[in-house]
Design a protein around this ligand. Sequence first.
Ligand code: MLT
Length: 335
Amino acid sequence: YAGRLSLAVLLIFGLCLNFSAAAWSATWKMALGDSNGSPQHEVGKKFKEALEAKTNGKYKVTLFLNGQLGSEQDTVNDAAMGTLDMSCLAINNVTPFSPTVGVLSLPYVIQSLEEAAMLTQGEVGRELTENTIRDAGVRIVAWTYTGFRVLTNSKKPVSTLDDLQGLIVRVPKNEIMIDTYKSWGINPSPMAWSETFTALQQKVVDGQDNPYLTINAMQFYTVQKYITPIRYLFSIEPLIISEQLYQSLTPEMQEIVLAAGREATSHSQKFLADSEAAIIKDLTENKGMEIVMPADNEKLWIEKATQAVWPKHYKSIGGKEKLEKVLEILGRPQQ
Ligand code: MLT
């Protein structure tokens, strides 16, 4: 009897050990829309490295690049349902599920990396994170800074809004961006990111906009020639985690996830500041792209977009006061 009892105790003890080992280890899948060398990839790698170091390798992350796990917008739904653990994606692809983050992509609001960092890492970022948990079922744990989305096309130099007319420009499926191009007088073609390269290659569309770092990492220079460095949208790409997954973690583990996210955010800020100038040089000197400056310091582009798009989206961002607050933080209160 004593022998059987100790066997049972050993078994139960073994089961407990096994159970806690299982609960205290995992491999998470992270989706990324972009390729090797992109700012998304930098953030993904940094988060993975920090998480694995802080948990002595018990928690691991596997990165799936180039939209292997689906379009960026699909990954938000998948993470909300708990069928995907993490995703790093452009903010414009989060907005359809969490409209208030649109305040960060209203045209001509953010005007530098410093402004992007100040907003996302401060009170505004915290509020938008809470809203995204509520509205989209995912939590933002890090911010990728990718730079201004510049306009590229394969057909002609574009400097004025007149030059833009007649071009077929792909935009993400994002109402703010669609409305911005409409304010400039053209009807853009909304399309998933995962289909964009092929559409440019097959000349289904003539142009698109994305930051220099993305254009370079995704090799868009092989299918695009002219760059117009407009500054209507500073690209920010949140790293999100499934809220279901986050809530299943212990408080200690949640803190580790957030700390790994903070490291990834700082790394991203430095990565952009350190690499953008060299990438612009490479694109223009070695990869055949040509920069055409927007006419008159972009005056008309700015006027048209801000006048038409801001008021139209006050409601979706949670009220005009949300934009006013952001502009005040940036030291540019609305007149
Ligand atoms: C888009 O244009 O849909 C995104 O900005 C692409 C990206 O994730 O880099």
